[in-house]
Design a protein around this ligand. Structure first.
Ligand code: GTP
Length: 496
């Protein structure tokens, strides 16, 4: 694992170095190409074309010189012969290209072997035409006597270099232009590539800086790897990441986080909670996960924003919104929400549901006699009694003022009445530290029979009113002879 990682690092280093020199390599390749083309031109093409041009010039000179041999055969008198030769040479030199008006043969000189050719020595050596003919092709054409076919001299023709130009045209200049353009293009491409690479490096550097300096945790993980490839300083702190001996980033919290389902779409966020962090508590984080490719591998960028404190505050607010601040019991808002829910469950699953509405007897008198603070303490104390007398599934809360409501799921009227009695007894038995303080409680019990929440509470309320009317300190679970109250089946007689 270490070896592979090391090799990977070396490969990455070499690759990054190569990237920097890539443009230079391409530039050198271009120059090499130009050198190969130039070498081919100067060493192969140009000599071949020159040889071809020379042979053309020689053929042309040969054809012209044939006329001279005829003159040599026709005239015996040296003076006459010389005049004719000069005239023939003049016509050869006048021979022009129709399109360019350029002379084909620019200079011609004759040399004879006077031992074989019987005229005074040197009398026929002629040299006519321009002397400045540097690049001319020189063709030496043997001259034979027309009768006995003996070699009697040599005609040296200096042909115009236009033969070479005909063959090459402007190839050389074109090649120079092309080479220049290629070099310019390579230079431009190299310059642009360097600029692009510099910008790329800058951009990568900036991204790394942003990644590192981000105040919230960010991690980069390849899809086929269990550990993050990169983590910024905030992530290392937050997830308590440490490097293992194998060189991977790992921690308890990372493992907990990696086991969760994180969002897969860009812009999507999930609230996740996970353990394993220091401070030994469950942490909440807002997680985002953006798919991307990194170093050619499918990866994801995980962003985390710790919302644990926000969650705690949210939870506290939620609890506060459902809690009565004085007694710590549920408040009326929660009681009604819960009762609504329990009614739905009872209707759906056809199970029993009962409720008890309590009211402290003559509570005003306690307030008036002992003061409001004592009244508050009494309310808190009664709340505690209520809480201790009900099951875990039951819900006890403050209905308002000195009224309390107890919800009893899966309890019929008889069972609820029993609980109500237990509470009444318990309240009556409280030993108050305040001399002269006595407290009783009255209650109305109702079993749900399919009616609405308001109607259900109303039944309990009317029975509570009856209890009050009947002298207080008692529980009413059925109307005494009231036909309109006879919906639920009483199983216990009212007590006094
Ligand atoms: N100390 C205190 N008193 C409260 C609180 N809420 C309501 N009360 C008082 O409770 C008293 C209720 O009085 P009443 O409605 O006349 O009823 P009661 O005196 O208990 O008489 P019955 O209900 O008929 O037995 C009022 O004096 C209210 O001020 C509270 O939070 N703290």
């Amino acid at each position: 694992m270490m070896v592979i990682k090391r090799l990977h690092q070396i490969a990455r280093y070499l690759s990054s170095r190569l990237e920097g020199y890539l443009a230079l390599i391409f530039g050198l390749l271009g120059v090499m190409l130009m050198l190969v083309v130039a070498a081919h031109w100067f060493l192969v093409l140009e000599p071949t074309l020159r040889a071809e041009a020379e042979s053309r010039a020689a053929v042309l000179a040969q054809s012209q010189v044939q006329g001279l041999e005829r003159v040599l055969g026709e005239y015996q008198d040296p003076e006459h012969l010389q005049r004719e030769l000069v005239s023939a040479l003049g016509s050869i030199l006048l021979f022009k290209d129709g399109s360019t008006q350029e002379h084909f043969i620019q200079r011609i000189s004759l040399m004879f072997d006077y031992d074989l050719f019987r005229v005074p020595p040197g009398s026929l050596d002629l040299d006519l035409g321009t002397t400045a003919c540097d690049r001319c092709f020189v063709s030496r054409i043997p001259l034979y006597h027309p009768q006995d076919r003996l070699l009697i001299g040599v005609a040296t023709c200096y042909s115009s270099p236009r033969f070479l130009r005909d063959l090459t045209g402007d190839l050389g200049r074109t090649l120079l232009w092309v080479a220049g353009l290629i070099l310019l293009s390579i230079g431009y491409a190299w310059f642009q590539a360097q600029r692009f690479l510099r910008r790329l490096r800058e951009s990568e550097h900036n991204l790394r800086a942003v990644f590192e300096a981000a105040p919230f945790p960010m991690l980069l993980q390849a899809d086929d790897e269990p550990f993050p490839r990169r983590a910024n300083a905030a992530a290392k702190r937050y997830l308590d990441l440490h490097e293992t001996v194998e060189g991977c980033l790992d921690s308890e919290a990372w493992r907990a986080l990696a086991g969760l389902t994180l969002p897969t779409q860009a812009g999507e966020t999930h609230e996740v909670n996970f353990d394993g962090l220091t401070h030994d508590r469950t942490h909440w984080a807002l997680a985002s996960s953006v798919p991307l490719r990194f170093s050619g591998r499918t990866s994801r960028l995980i962003g985390l924003a710790d919302v644990s404190e926000l969650k705690t505050v949210q939870e506290e607010l939620r609890t506060a919104s459902f809690t009565d601040t004085l007694t710590g019991l549920y408040n009326r808002r929660y009681l009604y929400q819960r009762l609504n829910h329990e009614i739905e469950l009872a209707d759906r699953y056809h199970h029993t549901l009962s409720a008890i509405l309590f009211d402290l007897d003559f509570f005003k008198r306690i307030n008036d006699t002992f003061g409001h603070n004592v009244g508050d303490d009494v309310l808190v104390c009664v709340g505690g009694v209520l809480q201790s007398c009900v099951r875990e599934v039951d819900v006890a809360g403050r209905h308002g003022g000195e009224e309390f409501l107890v919800i009893l799921p899966h309890a019929d009227l008889a069972e609820a009445t029993e609980v109500a009695e237990r509470i009444r007894d318990a309240v009556a038995s409280i030993e108050w530290s305040m001399p002269g303080l006595e407290l009783t409680i009255s209650g109305g019990v109702a079993q749900h029979c399919g009616e609405s929440l308001d109607a259900f509470v109303d039944v309990a309320d009317r029975r509570l009113y009856m209890a009050k009317e009947s002298g207080r300190n008692q529980i009413i679970a059925m109307p005494r002879g009231g036909a309109s109250e006879g919906r639920d089946v009483p199983t216990a007689e009212p007590t006094a």
